[in-house]
Write a protein that binds this ligand. Structure first.
Ligand code: PDD
Length: 286
């Protein structure tokens, strides 16, 4: 029989099938909570500190007190991993405001719920790497605080449904002027006249931890980086790429049915991805 995964739920480690949350948890009733996804290679978590700091930022933004300290949380994530030790793993952390009779009004005395799960982290297929991924754009209809990693992901789910209906991998949100903001679960970059361009950090995008890594790696490779609004129609745009914890950096080769640049993964994307994969393998001890 296949061994069950083990989840951490409010102080206890439980088999995944026995791990449950009360139906009056405000995460379920109001999506009143926040989350993080952290990658782990060979038992070493990638950028765990910035992820936990972003969780703290998200909690503070919606005034949920973190039920444990950040070092305690790091230790709980590690302990949950040790019970589910995948070679390539992703840790999911969710904090909600807690359990209370359903009322929009927030009571100060609620005890937040904390859950942690670990899953196998699938690697992108060879085809996605050699052919690139495809995307569509949709006018952004999400809320105005995308810097908070909220569990209210209905717009992202709808965006992914629209992507699937169009047989593409991702939907990129665009603002009223046609600037690319980010994807449903990714940040997006373009190479424009040799400069790596991505939307600046503000309330319209999530400050991706991988986005930061891509910028750091690009600077190391002496690629000029500009954080500014950008459009697909800009002249000199030769490559697009998208970043996330779960896929590192992937070439985006078709958007709205049109090829991006040559329609094949470009040299800058390949180079930056290779540099990132080197860092991940070093973490894994390869
Ligand atoms: N999503 N933008 C959005 C809206 C996201 O949901 C994510 C990540 C990112 C990339 O952030 P990071 O590099 O820190 O993973 C950008 C995670 C992976 C998810 O929801 O599963």
């Amino acid at each position: 029989m296949k061994k069950s995964l083990t989840a951490y739920v409010n102080g206890r480690f439980l088999p995944l099938d026995d791990a449950s949350i009360h139906i009056e948890d405000r995460g379920f009733q109001f999506a009143d909570g926040v989350y993080e996804v952290i990658a782990c290679f060979g038992g070493a978590f990638l950028d765990i500190e910035p992820h936990l700091q972003r969780l703290q930022h998200s909690c503070e933004a919606i005034r949920i007190p973190l039920p444990v300290t950040l070092p305690e949380l790091e230790s709980l994530v590690q302990q949950t991993y040790e019970k589910n030790p995948f070679t390539n793993a992703m840790a999911y952390i969710q904090v909600t405001r807690g359990i209370a009779p359903r009322s929009h009004q927030v009571s100060e005395s609620m005890t937040p719920s904390l859950i942690i799960t670990i899953r196998d982290l699938p690697m992108p297929s060879d085809e996605k790497l050699t052919e690139g991924v495809s995307a569509i754009t949709l006018k952004d209809f999400r809320w105005g605080r995308c810097d908070i990693k909220s569990i209210a992901l209905l717009a992202s789910v709808m965006g992914k449904q629209e992507a699937a209906a169009n047989c593409v991998d991702e939907t990129f949100w665009i603002d009223g002027e046609g600037h690319l903001l980010e994807g449903c679960s990714t940040n997006v970059f373009a190479l424009i006249n040799g400069t790596l361009v991505t939307h600046p950090l503000d309330h319209r995008i999530l400050g991706g931890i991988t986005r930061k890594m891509v910028i750091r790696v690009a600077e190391k490779a002496a690629v000029n980086v500009e954080e500014r609004p950008w459009k697909l129609t800009e002249s000199g745009l030769s490559e697009c790429m998208m970043s996330s914890t779960t896929s590192a950096l992937l070439p985006v080769c078709r958007i709205n049915g049109e090829p991006v640049g040559s329609g094949k993964p470009g040299p800058a994307t390949k180079r930056l991805r290779a540099m990132i994969i080197d860092e991940l393998e070093a973490l894994r001890g390869v």
